[in-house]
Write a protein that binds this ligand. Structure first.
Ligand code: CTP
Ligand code: CA
Length: 221
């Protein structure tokens, strides 16, 4: 049998995980929202907790239950997600799995926008803060910062570019060209670092999470 420290190599470590979509209000009844079930992020939060980490899961709206032993903070917008992440620091590792809306309506209307018969309203969008880049370059940067990227083509080139642009340590790039990933239970990922690329076979999201948590435990030593 494994002894305590071998089974729980992340005991005493703090982990921050983001998951799910963000939702950006247009008015009190309408949102701009990304496609994300939250399954991969929740599985990672669970796997890190299973290895003994103290996990804060900052989550956009999902239909999922909080994994046992994980502290969950619910948010809606990207700006709320950034604030909740900053409040959860310091941490030893951050894993940013959330599908953050890249843009939000400049100003949410205070009242429901009505159809006027004169056509749809023009929405002016502004860019949201990049949570991953902000944490990666911030004063309380976790020792290990991991981003995710869903790509349909040129997976590794896009992942390498994101590593450099965002200042994180690893990008877990998932191939969403095949279908079945969004909302599904399996994932095909590559773990891209500045020095290496590891291509993993098609796996259950729970198994991707366990392998990633083990790799994180190894990296943090
Ligand atoms: N991310 C973030 N904040 C944002 C946008 C993205 O923290 N405002 C994080 C995601 O959680 C993910 C990583 O950055 O870990 C990559 O997200 P992705 O959407 O692939 O990157 P973008 O820079 O937004 O590029 P793209 O134009 O491909 O959407
Ligand atoms: Ca994006």
């Amino acid at each position: 049998a494994l002894n305590g420290s071998a089974a729980r190599p992340l005991a005493g470590r703090r982990a921050l995980v983001t998951a799910g979509p963000t939702a950006e209000p247009i008015d009190p009844v309408r949102l701009i929202v990304n496609r994300s079930s939250g399954k991969q992020g929740y599985a990672i939060a669970r796997a890190l907790a299973d290895l003994g980490a103290e996990v804060t899961l900052v989550s956009g709206p999902t239909a999922l239950e909080t994994p046992a032993g994980v502290t969950r903070v619910n948010v809606e917008t990207a700006r709320q997600m950034l604030a909740a992440c900053e409040a959860a620091l310091p941490a030893d590792v951050a894993v940013m799995v959330a599908a953050v809306a890249d843009w939000r309506p400049d100003e949410a209307a205070g009242q429901k926008i009505k159809k006027t018969g004169e056509g749809p309203p023009a929405l002016r969008l502004v860019e949201n803060p990049d949570i991953l880049a902000t944490l990666s370059r911030g004063p309380l940067r976790p020792k290990l910062v991991v981003g995710f990227a869903a790509e349909t083509n040129e997976l590794e080139a896009h992942a390498r570019a994101k590593l450099a642009r965002k200042g994180c340590d690893w990008i877990v790039a998932n191939d969403v060209s095949q279908g079945g990933v969004m909302g599904g239970d399996v994932n095909t990922v590559s773990v891209v670092t500045a020095q290496s690329v590891e291509r993993w076979e098609r796996l259950d999201k729970a198994e991707v999470a366990r392998r990633l948590a083990a790799r994180i435990a190894q990296d943090l030593g």
